[in-house]
Design a protein around this ligand. Sequence first.
Ligand SMILES: [Zn+2]
Length: 271
Amino acid sequence: MEKLHFLTAGIPSIAKDYTNAFDVLNDLKLDGLEVEFVHGVRYGEKTREAILNRGDFLITHHGPYYINLNAKEQDKKEASIKRVLDTIRAANDLGAYSITYHAAFYLGESSETVTKKMIDCHKKIVEIANEENLKAWIRPETTGKKSQWGTLDEIIELSKNFDNVLPCIDFAHIHARQEGKFNTYDEFCYILEKLGKNLGEIALNNFHGHVAGIEYGSKGEKKHLIFEESDFNYKDLLKAMKKFNIKGALVCESPNIEIDTKILKDYYESL
Ligand SMILES: [Zn+2]
């Protein structure tokens, strides 16, 4: 990637639907959007056409919420694998750069056990994606709740096994899960340095991350907030991203969608 792109999570709130979403992004001078397949990987022909005619805008995909690759029931696990694969297939169809999803819950098992199971499960996903010649980056997201598998260390460990798997770093989730830590320039640099050291320059030059204001408690993430109503230190995050010369996509998941995305991009460009 040649630069850091600023993406809205879903279509901007002032857009009608996908048919004018990219015109709105163009007016706002934003760089693209994350297509949210939260309730299933489905889209109509009109949406498909609008996305395919987006010009230079970058898109990423967020997979359905009903994914648990560590489900005890085999049918639920298989359905979760299919949802991840369908998200990658949609990326291939629509030209999305990268896809992300919340991979699994621990369900009482240890980090080591679930990480091992995730590696096995992703072997299957990657094998099928490669067979079908699907090109998008495959990215489990760093998760915000302590019940969810997906710390930065766990996802780095998983990613080391595959050429086309990298973490999607959700900075708000990491901050919420650690109950307020990871909110300073040094801590953001620590995350990015760790990413580069463990997975190489390719991870810094092909980045996919999420950011938002966030409310949290003893179990981690509660809900997303706008920056103004949260303690999230997006300014120091952007300074760290600039220092590491991060290239790729940063998706803003604040509830006011385009407003906070614009705040991010404007601040980044002022640095
Ligand atoms: Zn997410």
